[in-house]
Design a protein around this ligand. Structure first.
Ligand code: PMP
Ligand code: GLN
Length: 386
């Protein structure tokens, strides 16, 4: 008699495979140009690759310190001081993580207790909600609306309760490509000043911001940064999403809590990659300083190439994503439209509704423009035929 295998009662019963994995697989199946999952189709700086090879050859292949190699934490502290006028302590305030994903998970796990409420803004990046749910938290999602995706601060204030523990924000914002300004952080501070509420600021696209005034970081706000965890990712900055190295910056007491989780999630991030990143942060600061120009040129080329299409392109203030409204092309919902686009037109994109809890009635898709000119031109040619 065969015995039934034990099937665990899922802790995340409604969760499927991420849209990024699904759409990249569909793109591969149909040989479509993959503008869905966000990753460049070009390599990062040659010097970075050479530094990695050099550190591997030199034998830097054993465990790194749990919090990150000192040279990298010090370089991050100096970069933060240069950009945001505030120098975190490299020893106590900076933790190197396995991509931003790990930092976000560790931060949420460290801060959210069962029954705590967590405010986030929809559309919101897909890794936040499962982490909050696993911690026993309750998400309070505030819907933002296109094209501006502005926060209504009155609505925000009405969502705060004695149970609110954490606010999660993301700027530059994936997927809307909008950015927060300093006045948004001022409004956030006003709304939470009287409460014991922490802030998790996902700033993985901090160096891909096209606003005249540059990227507004939570770390530049003297009050907010005392209760904030700011998260960044070298994958975005150095065109190496597969390296999976990120970090978070937070005051010592908050960092200590994050590190309690980090040390049992991954313990430490791979050593030679950290050393290579420390080298290039020091030797080529122009790389991140020039990144807005680098991506602005790609954005403008792509927008120009789509000018004769029937898509309506929304403003893009940051990230390497462009939103396109397809209401003149199809009545399909956005998930079906993205599948149709991949199979019939040969371009894969990401639907926006998957980032929202409430129905998202808009006909918007996200296109990644972190691609070579030839890729963008070919994709635009196909999209113009829709
Ligand atoms: N947050 C946002 C908003 C992202 O877009 C991404 C990845 N694209 C991440 C976090 C995760 O970054 P990483 O790949 O470094 O884990
Ligand atoms: N964050 C990337 C995006 O928005 C994808 C990351 C992933 O595949 N998990 O496309």
């Amino acid at each position: 008699m065969s015995q039934d295998p034990l099937v665990p009662k899922s802790k995340l019963p409604t969760l499927g495979t991420t849209i990024f994995t699904q759409m990249s697989a569909l793109a591969q199946q149909y040989q479509a140009i993959n503008l869905s999952q966000g990753f460049p189709d070009f390599d990062g700086p040659v010097e970075l690759q050479e530094r990695l090879a050099c550190h591997v050859r030199k034998g830097e292949n054993q465990y790194a310190p749990m919090t990150g190699v000192p040279a990298l934490r010090e370089a991050i502290a100096d970069k933060t001081a240069e950009l945001y006028g505030y120098k975190p302590d490299a020893n106590s305030d900076i933790t190197v993580t396995a991509g931003a994903t790990e930092a976000l998970y560790a931060a949420i796990t460290a801060l959210v207790r069962p029954g705590d409420e967590v405010i986030c803004f929809d559309p919101s990046y897909d890794s936040y909600a499962p982490a909050v749910m696993l911690a026993g938290g309750v998400l309070k999602r505030i819907a933002l609306h296109p094209p501006a995706f502005h926060v209504d601060w009155q609505a925000f204030a009405s969502v705060i309760s004695p149970r609110t523990r954490l606010v999660i924000l993301n700027t530059p914002h994936n997927p809307s490509a909008t950015v927060w300004r300093q006045h948004d952080f001022a409004a956030l501070w006003q709304a939470i000043v009287a409460h014991e509420i922490y802030v998790l600021s996902d700033e993985v696209y901090e160096h891909i911001c096209f606003a005249d005034e540059g990227h507004a970081s939570v770390l530049a706000h003297p009050h907010l940064r005392q209760r904030a965890i700011a998260v960044s990712s070298f994958g975005k900055t150095y065109h190496m999403t597969g390296w999976k190295v990120g970090y978070c910056v937070a005051p010592a007491a908050l960092s200590a809590e994050v590190r309690k989780i980090h040390q049992f999630l991954t313990f430490a991030v791979n050593t030679p990659t950290q050393l290579a990143l420390a080298d290039i942060l020091r030797s080529q600061p122009q790389h991140y300083r020039q990144l807005p120009d680098f991506y602005r040129a790609r954005r403008d080329r792509f927008v120009q190439a789509l000018a004769t299409s029937r898509f309506e392109i929304l403003p893009c203030e940051g990230t390497y994503f462009l939103l396109a409204d397809y209401h003149k092309i199809s009545d399909l919902d956005d998930v079906s439209f993205c599948q149709w686009l991949t199979k019939e037109v040969g371009v894969a994109a990401i639907p926006l509704s998957v980032f929202c809890a409430d129905p998202f009635p808009h006909k918007l898709i996200r296109l990644c423009f972190a691609k070579q000119d030839a890729t963008l031109d070919q994709a635009a040619e196909r999209l113009c035929q829709c």
